[in-house]
Design a binder for this molecule. Structure first.
Ligand code: NDP
Length: 353
C-alpha cells in the first residue's frame, strides 16, 4: 500500500481528499522473496512520518496538474525483510527517506542513504526513527547546538514548542545546556503540558492573542514574552513565522541569534512564508539570523546526533512524546492535524503502519 497525492492545492490546509491509498504488486523480487538487484534490500515500513515541509508537495510551482502521484520521499522507519547488501541483515532496524509504501524494494543506490538504528533502539522504539532519532530530532539538535551556539544560563524562546522539533529543543536547552526556556503553543492545555512534560519554564498560549492585525498581535506576544522574561531573549528557535518572528526580533538582546527552522503559519499561503527584517536594527545590535536544514546532522556529517540523542533519552534528559495515528489509511488525517485540529497532538505525530 502506498500514499498518493491527488492534484495540487496552492493555499489552504491539506485535507483527506488530497490523498489516497493505492495497492500494487511488488516488483524487483525473486520467486523466493529476495531482491533481484545485487545491493538492494526489501523493507517493511512500520512507521510513516508526516512533516510540515510536505505541504510543499501540494504546490504546483508551475508544474502541470497530474491525476495522481506517489509520494516518493518521506521519512519512514522499519525493519529489513531481505537483504542482498553486505551492510544490512534481516531484522536490522532502519530509518530513512523513502517512498510512503508499506513494503518496498530499496534499490542499491538508495540503500546507502538509510541509517541503521539497531545499535540505538529496539523494535518497540522504532517510531523514534522518524522522531527523536530521526529528522525532527536532528533538526532540534543541529539548530539548537550549532546554529544558536547556546551558552549556559541564556534564555531561549521556541515556537511550536509542543511539537516534534520544539519539544526536543526545549528539553536539550533546559536539561543539557541549563538555559531558561520559553515556549509558545496553541491552547492552555498545551501550555500546561509543555511545562510539566518538557520542562519549559514559561509557556505562552499564542491562540489567546488577537491576530487580526499583525502588528497588534506581535505587540501582544512581545508583551507576554516580556512578562515571562523581562530581560529579553538571547536565542529564538523559529518554527512558525508571522507574529512569532516579529515579537521575537523585538525581544532579542544584542548579539542574539535566531535559528530559522520553519514558518508553518505561512505554509498554507500561496506565496508564504515571508517576513520583513529591520536591517539597521540587526546591524547595530550585531544579531544573527540563520536558516538551516537538518541534513548534515541527520547524515552524520556534523555532530554526533544519534549517539548524543540516544544517550540523552536513556538518561531521561530528553523525554520522547508521540501522538500515534493507526494505519496507513490515517496518513492524510495525521498530516492534516499538523495544520488543523492541532490540539489533538503532543510531540511527534507518527503513523503506525
Ligand atoms: P509539529 O509536529 O510541531 O507540527 C506542527 C505544529 O505547528 C502544530 O502542532 C501546531 O502546534 C503548530 N502550528 C500549526 N499551524 C500554526 C500556526 N498557524 N501558528 C502557530 N503554530 C502553528 O511540526 P515539527 O515540529 O515537525 O516542525 C516544526 C517546524 O520546523 C515546521 O515549520 C517545520 O517545517 C520545521 N522543520 C524544519 C526542518 C529543517 O530542516 N529546517 C526540519 C523539520 C521541521 P500548536 O497546536 O501549538 O498550534
Amino acid at each position: 500500500k502506498s500514499v498518493w497525492q491527488k492534484g495540487f492545492l496552492e493555499s489552504g490546509a491539506p485535507k483527506e481528499e488530497h490523498f489516497e491509498i493505492k495497492e500494487s504488486e511488488l516488483s524487483g523480487v525473486t520467486a523466493d522473496n529476495q531482491p533481484e538487484e545485487d545491493g538492494a534490500v526489501i523493507v517493511e515500513v512500520r512507521y510513516m512520518s508526516c512533516d510540515p515541509y510536505m505541504r510543499g508537495f501540494l504546490k504546483s510551482q508551475g508544474r502541470p496538474a497530474e491525476e495522481g502521484k506517489k509520494i516518493v520521499s518521506a521519512f519512514v522507519s522499519g525493519i529489513i525483510l531481505a537483504s542482498r547488501n553486505e551492510n544490512w541483515k534481516v531484522n536490522d532496524l532502519f530509518g530513512g527517506s523513502l517512498p510512503l509504501s508499506t513494503v518496498q524494494v530499496v534499490p542499491a543506490k538508495a540503500v546507502a542513504g538509510l541509517w541503521n538504528l539497531s545499535q540505538y533502539i529496539g523494535e518497540e522504539s522504532l517510531s523514534q526513527g522518524i522522531g527523536a532519532l530521526g529528522m525532527p530530532g536532528s533538526t532540534a539538535y543541529g539548530g539548537f547546538i550549532d546554529v544558536l551556539e547556546p551558552k549556559e544560563g541564556q534564555t531561549i524562546f521556541v515556537s511550536a514548542a509542543s511539537g516534534a522539533v520544539g519539544s526536543i529543543v526545549g528539553q536539550i536547552a533546559k536539561n543539557v545546556y541549563k538555559c531558561t526556556t520559553v515556549g509558545s503553543c496553541g491552547g492552555q492545555a498545551k501550555c500546561e503540558h509543555i511545562k510539566s512534560d518538557f520542562g519549559y519554564d514559561h509557556a505562552i498560549d499564542y491562540k489567546s492573542i488577537d491576530q487580526s492585525g499583525a502588528d497588534k498581535g506581535a505587540a501582544e506576544l512581545k508583551a507576554k514574552l516580556k512578562e515571562a522574561v523581562p530581560m529579553g531573549i538571547d536565542m529564538y528557535f523559529e518554527n512558525v513565522g508571522g507574529i512569532h518572528f516579529d515579537a521575537a526580533m523585538n525581544s532579542l538582546r544584542p548579539k542574539g541569534r535566531v535559528a530559522v527552522c520553519g514558518g508553518i503559519s505561512g505554509y498554507n499561503d500561496k506565496d508564504g512564508p515571508r517576513q520583513e527584517v529591520d536591517i539597521l536594527s540587526l546591524i547595530y545590535t550585531a544579531q544573527r539570523i540563520e536558516g538551516f536544514v537538518c541534513t548534515p546532522w541527520l547524515t552524520g556529517q556534523q555532530g554526533n546526533f544519534l549517539g548524543d540523542m540516544s544517550q540523552w533519552i536513556k538518561e531521561g534528559k530528553v523525554k520522547v512524546e508521540e501522538t500515534t495515528y493507526n494505519g496507513v489509511e490515517q496518513w492524510a488525517t495525521a498530516f492534516n492535524s499538523l495544520f488543523e485540529n492541532t490540539h489533538r497532538n503532543k510531540g511527534k505525530v507518527v503513523v503506525k503502519v
